[in-house]
Design a protein. Structure first.
Lengths: 133, 133, 133, 133
DNA sequence: GTGGTCTAGACCACA
DNA sequence: GTGGTCTAGACCACT
């Protein structure tokens, strides 16, 4: 199953970041299961009409962020859930969270709407490790 | 009161965006009150050792985003209330919110911690428009 | 002062890794001081006849390893000494150390010679932090 | 005694090199005695699920490096003593040693810890040639 | 002038 | 067939 990744060339965000974000989402929200094979660099390059080098950069970044792993000659695969959270990354995420929620609130979005989105997002995100069951 | 704005040159994020973000935060979380005067471009350029053109760009962006307003010859001031919520911007913020919360959850941060940060952020953010009081 | 970096194209080790290693050495053994400016990507590309993309890859890797930092529009600079050692990297280094020393010993190099090289290397490596005075 | 060789497919290092390194270690640290028989290519291929060609290549390299010898139709055996020290290889090992020790020192590892590892490694490595006893 | 991104096209090592 | 490396050449954003 090859998930289609839509790229918006007019988006100022770099293409490889758009790819990273899309794949991250697919992993986080469970559309891609652990150890599932991702489309090969060349394959994804063809289906998206993006240059293979650009795809590879996205994959490399995802690997160093611990979302996927690479087996040379075989392809790229979804990593099992990370054991240790990188504290630097967590700080970034918290900062983004505060800025985003703050702006939403400032723009007049009622608390109820915000917390609802947060709740839904959490319950839809991939249960990590599976320890709970 | 001239808020000190710390700029990190090593940060890959463009300087003018760092300035925008910092000032946004000061407004959202109430450190800068409505109609309060912002430091002049020159002044801020001096205290931060940043090129005035860069400061100028940040101010211009903040104005078009409705966070501040400019009075020619007088200076820049904090906007009293956010301009009508731009639905495109709201969608962006929601997308960021979902991505951020999703990743936090995926990285193993318990729901409690996330919602706590969200709650605190909301209650600390500036009551918009002064409608509540 | 632009240190000349010699590249051996016949060496099976990738060019960007050769560059990384050379620069690491210059930093570790103090030929490049903290906050000293490195040659720009284009400049080094010219003096070495290596493609700029290859140089950039080396610089990016060095940055993510904490040896240098990048200021966009300004250039690349030697990072001050790392505060926290990355435990994963340390493990790699210890493994390499054991393998190397083991093989040297196995090949008949007397203990004296090995420890001498180790001692010299340590005393020549850049004093980090400067706390000791 | 068939030593178990763990291969990490995610490791970017080629599989045949991982095998070479593992076997080298077993020889250097005495887990495999001189003239002891190594598992056959087929056998090792089965127990590790690695392609026999890959194992073959590792063995061939080990032979030309003087760590093992092959008797046609009989199998592969641990070389009794290292072949005459190849000065090119020694230079490589010294270079690696300096780079590794330098980086460890740079990363803040105290001299004591480094020399301790070196000492232990030397005393655990196989006494070469049996000259000492 | 600096780094950052992207493309097109090529060759290699590995399995 | 897969990822990894490299080149040549181009355009952009930032300062």
């Amino acid at each position: 199953m090859i998930p289609i990744i839509a790229i918006d060339l007019r988006n100022p965000k770099p293409i490889y970041e758009q790819i990273k974000d899309k794949i991250k989402q697919l992993i986080i929200f469970g559309a891609l299961k652990p150890d599932e094979k991702l489309p090969s660099v060349r394959e994804l390059a063809q289906t998206t009409s993006i240059n293979p080098n650009t795809i590879q950069k996205a994959y490399k970044d995802l690997e160093s962020d611990g979302f996927i792993y690479t087996v040379s000659g075989r392809g790229n695969f979804v990593a099992p859930s990370p054991k240790k959270a990188d504290s630097k990354r967590l700080e970034e995420l918290y900062a983004t969270l505060r800025a985003t929620v703050g702006e939403l609130s400032y723009l007049g979005v009622p608390e109820k709407n915000i917390t609802e989105v947060v709740q839904n997002t959490i319950s839809n995100s991939r249960p990590q490790g599976g320890n709970k069951v």
